[in-house]
Design a protein around this ligand. Structure first.
Ligand code: FO1
Length: 326
């Protein structure tokens, strides 16, 4: 079994690659919900939807979010009626938000609704939110504190970020299936997908018990850099790193995950970063443009997991025997 920690677009691409080279039912995708928000009276979970649409083959590949078979009558009419249209909701996508909102209001948990909607959309792997409790990413910027989607979509990531907070994370409980999978002896690897570390991965790590469960898990943890040659493949990762006073590089992201990583996959172009990364570094083509790219990167990650798992088991055995000996 493989666990993939994912945010939106970048993570979803690798999750898709993984789902195509292994039995999809053995893949558990744990998704960031810090981007979730209430908008137009709807409960919207963008990263869950991006992962679900991508795994279901329904994603809009150009936009990176929403669906490919989309029409926009709802948005056009909202425009005509003077409603808010900065957050684009296609007509088919809208049905998902309306139905999820109805079921959440009915008392179902986000993971129950996600599980059923994913099944109905034909998603093979298990997709679960990092927690069923509310966590909201907020950013302190030169325009004051902003909710995530205000920053990311309405203000197009233009504000200068000086702090990122995950409101509610401290009181959130990690999803029980996530914790159970980390303790499962059948676990082969945990893959930290190439998502933005600050806004997609760290909300997951910020939930009490997650870091400890990761450092205690017997399976290797392999990260994939979201930065290639100093730039983010998509989104504000590099810009945020600069604004937060960090050098936008694969090495800096690896340092963010520091003690968690057993392996780290970076792009060939970042060969010079190898020395600054305190984990086993693998070089690969990490830019995923085609389906073959997604599958090839997924293969490298799983091969690395295989090698690292044997190494991790031996190291633990050595420590244990050393401990007994001491
Ligand atoms: N991102 C945009 O840049 N503009 C949008 O209008 C937009 C609408 C949208 C609707 C549904 C959804 O699931 C995602 C949407 N996103 C949009 C992307 C979303 O803001 C980001 O995918 C995540 O929050 C960050 O990964």
């Amino acid at each position: 079994m493989i666990i993939a920690l994912s945010g939106g677009v970048g993570g979803a691409k690798l999750a898709l690659g993984l789902s195509r080279i292994m039995p999809p039912e053995n893949l558990l995708v744990v998704v960031n919900t810090g981007d979730d928000f209430e908008h137009l009276g709807l409960s919207i979970s963008p990263d869950i939807d991006t992962v679900a649409y991508t795994l279901a083959g329904l994603a809009n590949r150009e936009l990176g979010w929403g669906r490919h078979d989309e029409t926009w009558s709802f948005m056009e009419t909202m425009e005509a009626l003077g409603g808010e249209t900065w957050f684009r909701l296609g007509d088919r996508d809208l049905a998902l938000h309306v139905e999820r909102t109805r079921r959440l209001k009915n008392g179902e948990s986000l993971s129950q609704v996600t599980h059923d909607l994913c099944r109905r959309m034909g998603v093979g792997p298990r997709v679960i939110p990092m927690t069923d409790d509310p966590v909201r990413t907020r950013l302190l910027t030169d325009r004051g504190w902003l909710d995530f989607q205000d920053y990311f979509v309405r203000l197009k990531c233009e504000p200068v970020v000086s702090e990122v907070r995950f409101q509610g994370a401290g009181a959130a409980k990690p999803h029980p299936d996530f914790m159970a999978a980390l303790a499962d002896p059948a676990l082969e690897a945990v893959v930290i997908c190439p998502s933005n570390p600050f806004i997609s991965v760290e909300p997951i790590l910020a939930i009490p018990g997650v870091r400890q469960a990761l450092t205690g898990c017997a399976a290797p943890i392999i990260g994939v850099s979201p930065i290639i040659a100093g730039k983010a493949v998509k989104g504000p990762t590099a810009k945020m790193m600069q604004e937060l006073g960090m050098h936008p590089s694969a090495g800096t992201v690896a340092k963010r995950y520091a003690e968690l990583l057993d392996g780290y996959v970076i792009d060939h172009r970042d060969m010079s970063q190898v020395v600054s990364i305190d984990a086993k570094v693998l070089l690969a083509q990490t830019l995923m443009t085609t389906m073959e790219d997604r599958e090839a990167l997924a293969k490298i990650v799983l091969q690395a997991a295989d090698v690292l798992k044997r190494r991790k088991v031996n190291t633990r055995l050595r420590h244990r025997t050393a401990g007994d000996g001491a």
